[in-house]
Design a protein around this ligand. Structure first.
Ligand code: NAI
Length: 383
């Protein structure tokens, strides 16, 4: 197995510094760079404050804190990363800029250095094509905040050497993460399968079936989700969440199953991004106080079941299309977005025949391709 000791992290924004902390905690040497050096310096200062808080909470000792900080070196030039075993890029989400960077990095690092991207929406295969040796390229997709979220999606490009997947898998286990392997397709695992959690909730609201608070309450009270869809969109940021939905929709050649919502676009356009702008689906000016939901049990169950069956359908379709193994699909949704259960086991528990009947009933009403049942779900239901 290849050893990864020297790690270059490019981009010191929220993801870059988080990844640096993860690798540094596992005793790697980190070389951190940002196009703006003061961003790296500020990021290290913030990290120091985070580590001090962890000491106060008894989760870290002073030696560990000092070692995490000592392991990270801010560098001024990409050339200073020439001895890296692995480079992880976490810069702006722009395909042209990323390709230029990787092509340049390839001329600096050794032949054995692995080049990786943390992109959440750009095709790994297309980024790999910027390299003379694309077999050394791979997607390593952390979730935000990287030091806290256990899940990491490993996404080989079409060109990636098979050994690399195993090596990166082992590395991430050494870094205390839960790695899963995903096919290079839009949204990978989590950002693909989670789409109906937001889009079906928005649709239910647009159809005036229920308000935000009631939909959120249904998913928490009946479904056991930690946050409702609108709370979560406000937390992620409507601008960010809308951009992901739009990018997945475009990348799927406008498949209606991933169609974005006008409501969310308008909220994003209005600057009602959620918590960070103090206004989203809820008002956060005076702290967080959610509106009171309807307590109509039948309505709550109807909302929950409609969103749940759409999520199960998405998970089963991902399995059908070989996006990931059943085990990884389940793990991804539990450890990446904190779902209370794996969606495929949830489908088994409710019975696949029941899920199919619910989706077919929605199709009967709308006659939209959005409500098409995955062939795998139909096959399993008939067994
Ligand atoms: P960010 O905007 O917080 O940080 C990006 C940093 O990269 C900035 O500090 C910027 O100065 C720097 N940068 C831009 N171009 C550069 C270049 N050519 N060379 C060196 N530094 C450069 O962005 P964030 O949120 O950290 O995202 C970074 C990447 O991670 C993006 O590809 C994003 O899609 C992906 N990602 C983001 C997640 C999130 O929740 N924020 C989650 C998972 C992946």
């Amino acid at each position: 197995m290849k050893s990864f000791k020297n790690i270059g992290v490019i981009g010191a924004g929220s993801m870059g510094i988080g990844i640096a902390q993860v690798a540094s905690s596992a005793d790697c040497n980190i070389f951190l760079i940002d196009q703006n050096k003061s961003v790296s310096e500020q990021a290290i200062k913030k990290l120091e404050k985070v580590l001090v808080r962890l000491i106060e909470k008894g989760k870290l000792n002073i030696f560990e804190k000092n070692s995490i900080l000592k392991n990270i070196t801010i560098v001024d030039s990409l050339e200073s990363m020439k001895d890296s075993d692995l480079i992880i890029e976490a810069i702006v989400e722009d395909s042209t800029i990323k390709k230029e960077l990787f092509s340049h990095m390839e001329s600096i690092v050794s032949n054995g250095c692995v080049l990786a991207t943390n992109t959440s929406s750009i095709s790994i295969t297309s980024l790999a094509s910027s390299l003379k040796n694309p077999t050394r390229f791979i997607g390593i997709h952390f979730f935000n905040p990287a030091p806290i979220m256990p899940l990491v999606e490993i996404i080989p490009a079409l060109q990636t050497n098979n050994h690399l997947v195993k090596e990166v898998h082992q590395l991430l286990i050494n870094w205390n993460k839960k790695p899963v392997v995903a096919k290079d397709t839009p949204g990978f695992i989590v950002n693909r399968i989670a789409r109906p959690f937001y889009s079906e909730a928005l649709r239910i609201y647009e159809e005036q079936i229920a308000d935000f608070a009631t939909i959120d309450f249904a998913m928490k009270h009946i479904g056991g989700f930690k946050m409702g869809p609108f709370e979560l969109m406000d937390f992620i940021g409507n601008d960010v969440n809308y951009a992901v939905t739009e990018s997945v929709f475009n990348a799927f050649y406008y498949d209606p199953r991933y169609k974005p919502s006008f409501t969310q676009k308008q909220y994003a356009d209005a600057g009602w991004h959620g918590r960070k702008s103090k206004k989203g689906y809820y008002d956060y000016t005076d702290g967080i106080e959610l509106d009171s939901p309807s307590k109509d049990e039948n309505l709550l169950v109807e909302i929950f079941e409609r969103i749940l069956v759409m999520l199960i359908n998405e998970a089963m379709d991902a399995l059908y299309l070989g996006i990931a193994s059943e085990e990884d699909i389940e793990l991804a949704m539990i450890r990446g977005v904190n779902y209370p259960k794996g969606l495929i086991s949830w489908g088994k528990e409710k019975s696949f025949a029941w899920v199919v009947s619910k989706i077919d009933a929605l199709y009967e009403i709308y006659h939209e391709d959005r409500y098409r049942c995955s062939p795998l779900l139909r096959i399993k239901a008939s067994l």
